[in-house]
Design a protein around this ligand. Structure first.
Ligand code: CP
Ligand code: NVA
Length: 311
């Protein structure tokens, strides 16, 4: 088995590693409270290291947070859109992996197809991080769980409700549920149901993941309500999606059925008036700005884990 610490999918990682990453992220965040954002952490765990970032899709949060994260860890980054690389002209991703592995210490990729993330990792001799694919967004979920824990305590035994499209972000929540011991209720229309392989695997790993067509059933007893865009990058059935997902809007009425102190999360970018109303996303239960900031803190600890500093 490879000794390289790739961060591709949460279902493949040990729960203890995820817990160590979350705890390290919280400690690092606390240790630099009030510091300028560009000042490196005292221990500089990525001193002398460079991260390459490859983007096949748009990004604001992932791009800026990985860049800021590496600076805070004392390291550096090289960023490129895939279309500007020879990769965009058909150079095999395996050759790209071999070349970049000679030049940098880790590679983050945001890819159209998860298979390409896997292929990159198979040929790379440095850690590869999934910065979102069609099958998952593992870095996002660690930032989300960190945010939940900052405001509501340990996630073990808590209930999270996912409302809407059973997409890549939903998939990473399914992957995390058995690893960190939270219950996950998912409400989605049949046509945009979560991946059946992910659900079966979660069950094999003793995860408590429930699916329903009814958003009200999903939010009952929930400590956190989560949604995401109805049209992800790469989706082509825009109108069909808006029609099928309309009954899954997160509004105040739905939030009232959750636990009284239930919080709201959204990975962003959001489409106000579609998957969530203004009142909810901009309301007092919404933790979305902490969630966005925590992309930096969570990813610093993911990088530190990849470099062998944690776990
Ligand atoms: N949540 C998230 O990944 O945002 P970006 O697409 O802006 O990176
Ligand atoms: N599900 C969305 C998440 C964006 C961060 C997408 O894949 O476009």
């Amino acid at each position: 088995m490879s000794q390289i610490r790739h961060f591709l999918d949460l279902w493949r990682l040990e729960g203890s590693d995820l817990r160590a990453i979350l705890d390290d992220a919280k400690a690092r965040k606390a240790a630099r409270l009030g510091w300028p954002k560009g000042r490196p952490d005292a221990d500089r765990p990525a001193d002398g290291r460079t991260l390459a970032m490859i983007f096949e899709k748009h990004s604001t949060r992932t791009r800026f947070s990985f860049d800021a994260a590496m600076r805070q860890l004392g390291g550096d980054v090289i960023i490129s859109n895939a279309a500007e690389m020879q990769l965009g002209r058909g150079e095999p991703i395996e050759d790209t992996a071999r070349v970049l592995s000679r030049m940098v210490d880790a590679i983050m990729i945001r890819a159209n197809y998860h298979e390409d993330v896997e292929r990159l990792a198979l040929s790379a001799t440095v850690p590869v991080i999934n910065g979102l694919s069609d099958k998952g967004h593992p870095c996002q979920i660690l930032a989300d769980l960190m945010t939940f824990e900052e405001h509501r305590g340990r996630v073990e035994g808590k209930t999270l409700a996912w409302i809407g499209d059973g997409n890549n972000v939903c998939a990473s929540f399914i992957h995390a549920a058995p690893k960190l011991g939270f219950r996950l209720n998912i409400a989605s229309p049949a046509v945009y149901h979560p991946d059946l392989v992910d659900l079966a695997r979660a069950q094999e790993q003793q995860g408590q993941v429930m699916t329903t067509r009814d958003p009200r059933e999903a939010v009952r007893g929930a400590d956190c309500v989560i949604t995401d865009t109805w049209v992800s990058m790469g989706d082509t059935d825009h109108d069909e999606r808006l029609d099928a997902l309309e009954p899954y809007q997160v509004d105040e009425k739905l939030m009232e059925l959750a636990n009284p102190d239930a919080c709201f999360l959204h990975c962003l970018p959001a489409h106000r008036g579609e998957e969530v109303t203004d009142e909810v996303i901009d309301g007092p239960r919404s933790l979305i700005w902490d969630e966005a900031e925590n992309r930096i803190h969570a990813q610093k600890s993911i990088l530190a884990w990849c470099f062998g500093h944690i776990g």
